[in-house]
Design a protein around this ligand. Sequence first.
Ligand code: ATP
Ligand code: MG
Length: 289
Amino acid sequence: DNLKPDDFTNLRKLGEGAAGIVWKVMHNPSQRVMAKKTISVEPDPTVQRQILRELSFLRSCESPFIVSFYGAFLDDGETTIAICMEYCEGGSLEDIYLQAKRMEAVIGETILAKLAEAVCKGLSHLHSHNVIHRDIKPSNILMTRDGHFKLCDLGVSGELINSMAQTFTGTQYYMAPERIKGGTYSVRSDIWSLGLSIIEVGQNRPALPPAELPHMTVFELLDYIVHQPMPNLGEDRSPECRDFILKCLIKDPLERPGPEVMVNHPFIQKWAHLTNDITPWLKQVWGWP
Ligand code: ATP
Ligand code: MG
């Protein structure tokens, strides 16, 4: 690792989540723009070394469907880890659908299909390296300026997940039933989260809690996920689209297809011949020239 805290200039704050803050930064020695995420961790040097070691595995996860990893280091003070990654100008799918909502626009099916295709391909790639993403949701699917979708915030460091557990207050809306029940989980649990993400992006609001029960407690919500039928997009969407979501949201992980099977689903195959030109749409969303 050759990235050092002093080599960066903050350009703009990109966002803030439950675990940390993300900045658009300039890496001065290379003159490369990057996204730098800082996460508070325990002040224990053994734990920190372990986290950095585990994060370095991200180097071997290189794929067109995964945000590139540039390096990680201990940032100022003793309790902050910085993770440097590819900066994605299009922002997250959450940023994008919230912007679409402001414009009173609905995100079309070609976009949803291309999103589904990229996530399935990214998950297959991770699967071949025995990695489960663990946190698929619209804010962790990013877009580049040239209209490609990429996954970020992979759960490759068990030590980092443990270390954050103390401060973690994030939502569990995207958790598959088998995770809630404390069973073993796999790449198929990521497919579940993809189903909920497609609904959310397609309707410009989260799939859960269901519209008719907006005030559920966390316990009620988790119980609902395990026992009740899941929502889907409306009849205005194609049968292929609705069937794709239905397959993602099969409760039994043994019956739910993995990413290698899902990528051949008619919803994705229907648009597979279209080369990835969704840049005019992205330009329109962000008002780019
Ligand atoms: P949570 O904490 O619940 O996981 P989150 O995913 O939104 O939520 P962060 O991962 O801290 O939280 O990211 C915050 C925001 O920063 C994202 O929503 C996105 O807008 C932006 N962001 C993150 N990584 C990048 C990146 N590589 N390029 C551009 N923007 C990014
Ligand atoms: Mg994130």
